[in-house]
Write a new protein. Sequence first.
Length: 207
Amino acid sequence: MLSTQNYCSSCYRVNPAPLRLSFGDWDVSNNNDGPYIEGKVEKVTVHESYSRSTLQNDVAVLKLTTPLQYSDRVQPICLPTSDIPTDGELQATITGWGRDESKQLKTILQELTSTITTNKLCGERWNKNGAPSSFIVDTMMCMDASDGDSCNGDSGGPAVMQYPEGSQNYVQVGIVSFGSGSCTDKDLPGVYTRVSKYRDWIRQHMN
């Protein structure tokens, strides 16, 4: 089972057959960069309360047609418990093949580590950008964009952190949801679905 965001997935809710997922890939332009697995999707479950206008509940679960075989390049990640702190001065890492500053999609997997900001600060920044006062809610998580941000093509990707800090245990704390249209506004935090708020929902739809 995979968790991702709704905007990418809702188009395939009725017919998931065209969806193909690549696991363990690094360079999408090169089929010889190492073994990867292609998975087919059997079912797409989007959150029943997803809103395109507010972007709340931006989460979906994909069920594969066959179980995924783990390897050195393909490993599961833990879901967070509600007690993992994800507000303020902790760092998380995002990965994806989305567009860069020149608006070009990347062929090699990119990685960025950034600081999780408080929702209060995030809301204030988005309010200054014209968003309503209640735009950032507790089911969202924000990350500082001063050193870079996710962009178009990264949506649905993971934000992960080591927990406990310094351990080899990785937890997915966020799902890339939305950000500034330009992807270069350093004052406007990137916004993610806060996975801990949907742990029970994800587990409910894993069978």
